[in-house]
Design a protein around this ligand. Structure first.
Ligand SMILES: [Zn+2]
Ligand SMILES: [Zn+2]
Length: 163
């Protein structure tokens, strides 16, 4: 979600159940998202999803994720950054407001596709070989491609290959 100042307590309470109940409907919070936005997650990855993400046509999903994760505390940092941007560089303020609905959702979906496919392989985590530099730069920074390691010790793994 970019620079959000996200409330980590809230994030933890949402994210830990994903680890504990991976792929289980009603328990893993990721399942709620893929069920709600089913047509974007139910099949194999499609390039059209990325185009629509980039055009802001999936802003409803960003809205949903913000509602799930935001607390009053998490608005402080974005409001400070936005205010400073308005003063220093107004175009930056516009980009900052738009980014969650355009770039961030695009990177989020591209990354999430490499982690799990909750429909086809419920309960599994993908393993990956080191992706190319541009993928690591744009949507898999900080070793995020090592999601199977992140789930640590989980035995249900599947190799991922890019479409
Ligand atoms: Zn995961
Ligand atoms: Zn995690």
């Amino acid at each position: 979600m970019g620079v959000t100042g996200m409330d980590l307590d809230r994030y933890r309470s949402q994210h830990f159940p994903h680890h504990k109940f991976i792929g289980q409907p009603g328990k893993d919070p990721e399942i709620e998202v893929v069920e709600k936005f089913n047509e974007r997650w139910a099949g194999p990855y499609r390039f059209t999803y990325t185009i629509k993400d980039l055009l802001g046509l999936h802003a409803d999903e960003t809205n949903f994720l913000i509602k799930e994760l935001a607390t009053p505390k998490s608005y402080i940092t974005p409001i400070v950054i936005f205010t400073l941007s308005v003063i220093i560089a107004p175009i930056g303020a516009v980009a900052f407001i738009l980014s969650p609905f355009v770039g961030a959702i695009t990177a989020h979906r591209l990354r999430a596709w490499t982690e799990h496919d909750h429909y086809r392989y419920p309960g599994y985590t993908y393993t990956m070989t080191k992706p190319s530099l541009w993928r690591r730069y744009f949507y898999l920074p900080h070793d995020q491609w090592k999601h199977a390691d992140h789930h640590g010790g989980l035995k249900m793994e599947k190799p991922f290959s890019f479409p």
